[in-house]
Design a protein around this ligand. Structure first.
Ligand SMILES: Cc1cc2nc3c(=O)[nH]c(=O)nc-3n(C[C@H](O)[C@H](O)[C@H](O)COP(=O)(O)OP(=O)(O)OC[C@H]3O[C@@H](n4cnc5c(N)ncnc54)[C@H](O)[C@@H]3O)c2cc1C
Length: 455
């Protein structure tokens, strides 16, 4: 039995809309795929899940038609399954270790089944269960996957949780970064509404380190968790980067996702280039390219390594190719060209792959005499991000790495008593599920610390 393929919107249609590309399993497709799971006694897939979801158990419940049971099983370990089912890199995690992967028709589509169960629960208004004790008060800074998971686990244990979020919307990268066509925002809202049902208070438009300070939160709350992410974009550092028409992928995606710049009625304008160059090859670069395509552009992605080294999820790369994004690989920008203050083109060099560097990937080296120019009217830079320095600059007691990430142990403990941190704020830009895992670990250590102090 081969892996069941999830239906998707036709590429020719979807490049003209922002509706979700992957359409999800129908009940019969879900049953067919669930039946492929071998129910291994020592399931290798579980070792690949950073939050330890009991994968064969929930899949066997799907097979038996026990959707409520399947949902309860997943949510013991994962508070945001509708989101993880859509954007988690399963191909490198649980599905990569599935025993069916190589010779038995392909890995079981664990992510697609998780999404199927989570969507069923959202459609049927299933809410998480909460214990009533309300003994402790914890502040969570940042409402991305790390903060939401930490808040959710604490609230489920009966803790009074308040989330402080700098933006006017809750969800972090889930709302401002990942586009609607990969992760519908209504769905993110529904997942977040579950927190309100657990009694979590959310204060938006509060920039901790500006509006209120970490030491004030430590005075008012029994413990504080920082999950402020890594939202500060990196740039190329080449001539022409200040020209009109150059965007960081962060700004570009935020304007489109959060401010709905693609709608005519939006109050946030965005340049709709006709010929757009996106620099980078991670998920962020794919999202920016596919967004620009939907806004009517011919898009070229420029990356200094080869396809094998592209860090984006395989599904995103395939979807980008299907949508007509051109990949200009082994190529690096050296200058953004302009006319009248606006982008008019790019000067590039060809690259070849040398010996592996510290990341284990082969180091790109410039090919002599390969300089050439291409025309374009917009450039989007997607080279990665680092943590915003607001917390660092406003709370000198906290220890940071030279890269600006918060130093915390694997339980999320920082050098400051009762102060925990997790997610991209401590790892630098990583993945949703790693941020969720960090939020979970911190919630558990916060509970341990508060309960021990009570004894
Ligand atoms: C465009 C894009 C696409 C991605 N695609 C994928 C994908 O497909 N799969 C995947 O696994 N990962 C993906 N990632 C990475 C993943 O989204 C992140 O690793 C994850 O969101 C990190 O979670 P976090 O909670 O640590 O931080 P974030 O999601 O960044 O949330 C941090 C929150 O803290 C808030 N904040 C910051 N400073 C303050 C402050 N001083 N006071 C109050 N609030 C503050 C921010 O506004 C934000 O809401 C993507 C990232 C981007 C940018």
């Amino acid at each position: 039995m081969d892996r069941v393929v999830m239906p998707t919107q036709n590429p020719a249609e979807r490049i003209h809309n922002f509706k979700e590309v992957a359409l999800g399993f129908t009940p019969s497709l879900a049953l067919e795929e669930a039946s492929r799971c071998l129910g291994c006694k020592n399931p290798p897939c579980m070792a690949g899940c950073p939050v330890g979801v009991k994968i064969p158990t929930f899949i066997s419940q799907v097979k038996a038609g026990d959707m409520d049971g399947a949902y309860r099983t997943i949510t013991i370990d994962n508070n945001l399954p509708a989101i993880c089912g859509r954007v988690c890199p399963q191909e490198h995690q649980c599905e990569n270790l599935c025993v069916r992967k190589v010779k038995l028709g392909g890995s079981v589509a664990i992510g697609a089944l998780e999404r199927y169960v989570a969507d069923w629960a959202l459609d049927n208004g299933v809410m998480p269960e909460k214990r009533d004790s309300n003994r402790f008060k914890v502040a969570v800074v940042g409402s991305g996957p790390a903060g939401l998971t930490c808040a959710s686990d604490l609230a489920k244990a009966g803790v009074n949780v308040t989330i402080f979020e700098a933006l006017h919307e809750v969800g972090g990268v889930l709302v401002y970064g990942i586009p609607e066509f990969r992760l519908p925002k209504e769905l993110v809202k529904k997942e977040i509404a579950k927190l309100a049902s657990l009694g979590v208070k959310i204060e938006t438009n509060v920039v901790v380190g500006k509006t209120i300070f970490v030491h004030e939160l430590l005075d008012e709350f029994d413990a504080v968790f920082i999950g402020t992410g890594a939202g500060l974009p990196m740039f190329l550092g080449v001539k022409g980067e200040n020209l009109s028409g150059v965007y960081s992928a962060n700004e570009y995606l935020t304007r489109v996702n959060l401010m709905k710049a693609y709608e005519e009625s939006s109050s946030t304008p965005i340049l709709k280039g006709k010929s757009v160059v996106v620099v980078g090859a991670g998920n962020v670069a794919m999202d920016a390219s596919r967004t620009a395509r939907r806004l009517g552009a011919e898009v070229t992605l420029v990356y200094r390594r080869s396809r094998a080294e592209m860090p984006a999820r395989e599904e995103e790369i395939l979807h980008a190719e299907e949508e007509g994004i051109k990949f200009n690989l082994l190529t690096n920008p050296v200058e953004i060209l302009g006319e009248g203050g606006k982008v008019s083109g790019m000067r590039l060099v060809k690259m070849a792959l040398g010996e592996p560097d510290a990341s284990g990937r082969r180091r790109p080296v410039v090919v002599e005499g390969s300089e050439h120019e291409i025309k374009c009217d917009q450039v989007i830079v997607a080279l990665g991000t680092s943590p915003n320095p607001i917390i660092k600059n406003s709370f000198k007691d906290l220890a940071f790495s030279p890269k600006g990430t918060i130093l915390a142990d694997e339980d999320g403990k920082t050098n400051v008593d009762r102060l925990y941190a997790g997610g991209d704020a401590i790892t630098g830009a990583a993945t949703l599920i790693l941020a969720m895992g960090a939020g979970k670990k911190s919630a558990s250590s916060i509970l341990n610390q508060l309960q021990s102090a009570e004894k």
